[in-house]
Design a protein around this ligand. Structure first.
Ligand code: MN
Ligand code: MN
Length: 290
């Protein structure tokens, strides 16, 4: 399956593009099993699996201007990665384009939000099995276990909703009592149905534009085993497809993190690639970006 190193259908120049793909092959803050550094290129490879025409929307991705920036450069520490990602992504927002960032562990998400010229104008839908709300983890405030906390510090607790959570420490719950980040658990989704759960989550986000951070472990390991910290009782791929479709008209940016391709036979990478493509076709079908 050797293919050119770009995301499929990413044929536009940066100037022409409405959507800009970027990879962040960084997994140094992974707390259980490593390998998410291989996520971006694996997702790119699997993106070539799909037809460019989308049956549901009628959008043909070969007609959509998409540019692939490639991967953010070499870095050592999480702090260096953060600086590099911010620098790389800022011009994307400034030019009015929608970034789609492929990770990498979840530590790679906060700098994508921080790169926005006005992060406090964003709502964030944070799909994850985990709360990621630790103030610091193993001495690193930039650990992937701290990512929703870092994002809350930039956009405000009222502008973040975690969807699909089912694994959290007592300390995270206790600390959040004074902070007030909203969350909708995977168990609630199973009880009430994804349509109601997504509606409820989006009603909490009052901003015009929404940034989506998708930790692939939000999805059940039965469908997405290729990840670092698999957690049972998760969302289905169709749940996440639906959520992305509902956000698409307001999409400010999307990341897909924690794909660790060596733990399965490619299914998780294919799913991640398909969800990235879903975000693009749904945005285009909704007439976005304007
Ligand atoms: Mn996460
Ligand atoms: Mn997670």
């Amino acid at each position: 399956m050797e293919r050119p190193g770009t995301f499929a259908d990413a044929n536009a120049t940066f100037e022409e593009a409405k959507f800009v793909i970027a990879g962040v092959p960084f997994d140094r803050t992974t707390s259980f099993r490593p390998g998410a550094r291989f996520g971006p290129d694996s997702i790119r490879q699997h993106s070539w699996n799909f037809e460019s025409y989308d049956l549901e929307t009628g959008v043909d991705l070969s007609d959509v201007p998409i540019h692939d920036l490639g991967n953010a450069g070499e870095f050592g520490s999480a702090a260096e990665m953060v600086a590099s990602v911010r620098e790389e992504l800022r011009p994307v927002y400034e030019a009015g384009k929608i970034p789609i960032v492929l990770g990498g562990d979840h530590a790679c998400s906060p700098p994508v939000v921080e790169a926005h010229p006005d992060p406090s104008s964003l709502g964030v839908l944070y799909l994850d099995a985990h709360m990621d709300f630790r103030s610091s983890y193993l001495g690193d405030s930039r650990s992937h276990a701290c990512s929703s906390r870092r994002i809350v510090e930039r956009v405000g607790a009222r502008n973040v909703v975690v969807l699909g959570v089912r694994s959290v420490s007592r300390e995270e719950i206790d600390e959040n009592k004074g902070i007030g980040m909203s969350f909708v658990t995977a168990h609630e989704v199973a009880r009430e149905g994804i349509e109601s759960a997504v509606q409820r989550a989006l009603n909490m986000l009052k901003t015009e534009r929404i940034y989506v951070s998708l930790d692939i472990d939000a999805i059940d390991p039965a469908y997405a085993a290729g990840t670092g910290t698999p957690e049972p009782f998760g969302l289905t791929p169709r749940d996440v497809k639906y959520a992305i479709g509902q956000v698409a008209p307001r999409l400010a940016g999307l990341d897909i993190m924690e794909v660790s391709p060596h733990y399965d036979n490619g299914n998780t990478s294919a799913l991640a690639a398909r969800l990235a493509r879903e975000a693009i076709v749904r945005s285009v079908a909704a007439g976005h970006p304007h």
